[in-house]
Design a protein around this ligand. Sequence first.
Ligand code: 5GP
Length: 195
Amino acid sequence: MSRRGILFVLSGPSGVGKGTIRENLLADRNDIQVSISATTRTPRIDELDGVDYFFMDKASFLLKQSRGEFLESATVYSNMYGTPRDFVESNLLKGRDVLLEIDIQGAMQVKEKMPEGVFIFISPPTVDDLLSRLCKRGKDSVESIEERMASCRQEMSYMSDYDYVVINDDLDEAVKKVEAIIIAERCKTRNINLE
Ligand code: 5GP
C-alpha cells in the first residue's frame, strides 16, 4: 500500500511546550520527518546550526523568502522563521509523513496551502500556567514574557481552526495524545491506498 505522506502541524502559543512534546515524540520514533526551520534568531547556548534551526542573517532569509523557498514564514517576537518548502514537499511526495512545529501565524498559512494537513493545537491548561512556564524556563527577558503573554491571549482564539486540541498539563499524556492522533490519521481510509 502506498500513499502520499501526511503533514502534521504542531502549533500553539510560544512557550506552551510544543518543542518538548516534539522532542519526546521523536525520541521513540523514526517514522516521521521533522522539518528544520530557518531563522534569523541568534542561536541559544545549546543550539546547533542545521540541527535545531538553520541560523542565518536577515538578508539571506529575505533572499530565500523572495525566491519562494519557504512554505510559510512569520515574524515571531522580532525574529523571522520559515519552513523550507522543498523538504516538506519532497518528503510528502515520497510518502513520508512530515512534522512541523511552528507558530500560529505560520500554521494558518500552511492551512491555506495544504488544508489536507492535520493541525494540532497545543494549549496551556490556563494562560497563568503559561506565564509560570515561561518564567521557569528562564530563557526570556521580562519584556519578552510580557509580549508572549499578550499574544497568547489573542492566539488562543485560533484554537477552533485546528483539527485537534491537546492540553499540555502533563507532558507524557500530551505526547501520548499526539501519538494517538498520528496513529489514527494513518488509519484513515483516505490515507490508505486501498487498490
Ligand atoms: P524559538 O525561537 O523559541 O525556538 O521559537 C519561537 C516560536 O517560533 C515558537 O512558537 C516556534 O514554534 C516558532 N517557530 C519555529 N520555527 C518556525 C517556522 O518555521 N515557522 C513559524 N511560523 N514559526 C516557527
